[in-house]
Design a protein around this ligand. Sequence first.
Ligand SMILES: Cc1cc2nc3c(=O)[nH]c(=O)nc-3n(C[C@H](O)[C@H](O)[C@H](O)COP(=O)(O)OP(=O)(O)OC[C@H]3O[C@@H](n4cnc5c(N)ncnc54)[C@H](O)[C@@H]3O)c2cc1C
Length: 357
Amino acid sequence: MRKSGIAIDEHVPLAQHCTMGVGGPARYFLEARDERAVREALEWAARRRVALYVLGGGSNLIVADAGVDGLVLKIALRGRAAREARGVVELTAAAGEPWDDLVRFTVERGWAGFECLSGIPGLVGATPIQNVGAYGREVGEALTHVRALDRRSGRFVTLSPDQCGFAYRDSVFKSGEPGRFIVLAVGYRLTPGGTPVVRYRDVLQDLERRGVRTPSLSEVRESVLGIRRSKSMVLDGDDPNRRSCGSFFLNPIVTGAELRRIEDRARFDPAMPRWPMPDGRVKLSAAWLIQAAGFERGQREGAVGLSSRHTLAIVCHDGARAADVIAFARRVRARVEERFQLRLCPEPAFWGVPDLD
Ligand SMILES: Cc1cc2nc3c(=O)[nH]c(=O)nc-3n(C[C@H](O)[C@H](O)[C@H](O)COP(=O)(O)OP(=O)(O)OC[C@H]3O[C@@H](n4cnc5c(N)ncnc54)[C@H](O)[C@@H]3O)c2cc1C
């Protein structure tokens, strides 16, 4: 279907666009390669009164088996530009750039800032959505601005980091005003010739094991990729755990009173991880809670289960449907709630299904 210069496809299967590999078709589908196409898609959807869904690499997404009755806008804007001045590199990347390609590009040039964020699937445009993070770093730490199309005003806008409202796996884009902004490009500030900042114990231990004393950016990237691979946290076509969306649940952040209740229910197990947060609350390990509630790595229920290498990843096997993933996730959440009186929050976005509730 061709309207106002944009070619819109119909009934496009979405499973192949998502790392989980489940879900039905999009009623309408458009791959936008420039900002004009994004705006036209928005106008097209508004005129027809159909819902608009923004798709990146589909690595944090569960699509319902029935698919979605709306226009799925696949972000395919490409391009990057860098300017080095006064000891910093200002890097801007279009939303459709694959994130890990950008990380590799910066590491190869000796620009510090992204090395610990190596190997995360998906596209640049999604990095501010949940303030992607790993191994002690979050994208918001290096971000200078987000260029977006504001669906409320129909205008192109530039948001500062403060306006993005970054928090642990959260931002204005995810929980503040979900769906309001379509991210078109992201600006980051990196340090040329900088040394890597490694805060995470696993990475430090891996470097030590490799005999690396003063690691380069590439050595940190290698360690991070190796660790991630050992947990099936990079996309690898041969890995039986490959069909996931990474961590399915967020690590819960609790108050002191909640912590005492959970510790009591955990019989004060000293092995329970507790990470103090700057605001006095404490972050707990969702993986530990799931295991303590009786689940094991590799456990399967039909065509879905837990990754054999990472308790927090729900994985799909042949024949899995989105409904199986959701039913299994609900069971995990219910068991944790029963055991600890604590409700886990899912991390991915859900299309065509109302979250886990
Ligand atoms: C193996 C594996 C490991 C992972 N490891 C990590 C990790 O270490 N840390 C981490 O934080 N995440 C991790 N993830 C989750 C995921 O990769 C990230 O959240 C990633 O940023 C999602 O990017 P995407 O392009 O695939 O987004 P999608 O899955 O396509 O979309 C996710 C959400 O963002 C929205 N969105 C996407 N692009 C845009 C845009 N341009 N404008 C507006 N909204 C948009 C979508 O509408 C949707 O709501 C992992 C996933 C997998 C499969």
